[in-house]
Design a protein. Structure first.
Length: 116
């Protein structure tokens, strides 16, 4: 049985393309299936994309769920492209899982992104 994922879209209806990309990104975490049961992914549209604005359009939050059902949030990833922000969140999750000792795999680490 593979990893599970719950996806929520906030401020916009989402799309089949975003859901498909989320599935591709989830496959990257399969190698951690011994300690990871799944994840919760939230993609929020913060504003409509405007040229010259310094506020990112999308905020992506990823919470890892351990096999023992503990939650480990990954830092927020923001940007004007929801796919790029999602990929950055999964990059951070891979770093967090790959650099953690098995006993501390679910201790949040600073991934260089905004904290929860």
């Amino acid at each position: 049985m593979g990893l599970g994922m719950q996806i929520v879209y906030l401020g916009f209806p989402g799309s089949a393309a975003l859901e498909a990309e989320a599935g591709v990104q989830l496959l990257r975490l399969e190698r951690f299936s011994g300690v990871l049961a799944g994840c919760h992914l939230a993609i929020e549209r913060m504003r409509h994309t405007q040229h010259g604005s310094h506020q990112p359009a999308y905020d992506v939050r990823l919470d890892l769920v351990s096999a023992s059902r503990e939650l480990a949030p990954v830092g927020h990833c923001e940007g004007d492209d929801p796919v790029a922000a999602m990929r950055a969140a999964f990059d951070a999750a891979e770093r967090q899982l790959g650099s953690a000792a098995p006993a501390s795999a679910f201790c949040p680490s600073d991934a260089g992104h905004r904290d929860h």
